[in-house]
Unconditional design. Sequence first.
Length: 194
Amino acid sequence: MLYGLKQAPRAWYDELSKFLLSKGFTKAKYAQEILKKHGMTSCDGIGTPMATKHLDADLSETPIDQMKYRSMVEALMYLTASRPDIMHATCYYARYQAQPTKKHLTVVKRILRYLKDTIHMGLWYLKDTDFELTTFSDSDHAGCLDSRKSTSGGIQFLGGNKPVSWSSKKQECTSMSSAKSEYVSLSACCAQVL
C-alpha cells in the first residue's frame, strides 16, 4: 500500500469503498430493511416527510400497539444519522411513544412513504471540501400543542452545502415570544459550533 504518502488516505478510502460495495453494502439498504420490516415496500411515495398540520396527544383516538410504534420511531431515529431530511419529523413524532394512537401511526408511516420516494438520497462528501463553516437555526413558536413549547432546529454546513451536524429538539423552557424562542434556538446552534 502507500503508507506514509499524501495519497494514502484516499487510497484507503477507495479500497474500503470497493470492499464494502462488493459485500453488498449500499446507502439505501437500511432504509429498505425498515420498509420491509413494517410492510411498506409496496406503498406509494410522498414528497415530504411531515404534513403542515400539527399533531397532538389526543387520547380519544384508537390506541395502537406501543411496541410497533416505538420500533418504527427507533428505526427512523437511527436513520437520521445519515438522513437529516427526516430529523424534525422523526423527533416530533417520537414525543408520542407513551400513548400512540392511530393518527400517530399514520404520520410515522408518512415518513416511511417519504423514504420509499427518496430511498437513494444520502450524504456524499467529496475530498475537496473546504472548511468554510455555515450554520442556520430556526424555531417554531409554541409549536407543541400539548405543552406550548417551541422546537429548536439547527444545521451546520462545511463548504457551503455539506451538512456535518444537525439537530431538532423541543426547548426546555416555554417562550413568551417568537423572538425568545429564536434566541434559544440560536444559542443551542452556537453551542454546537463551539
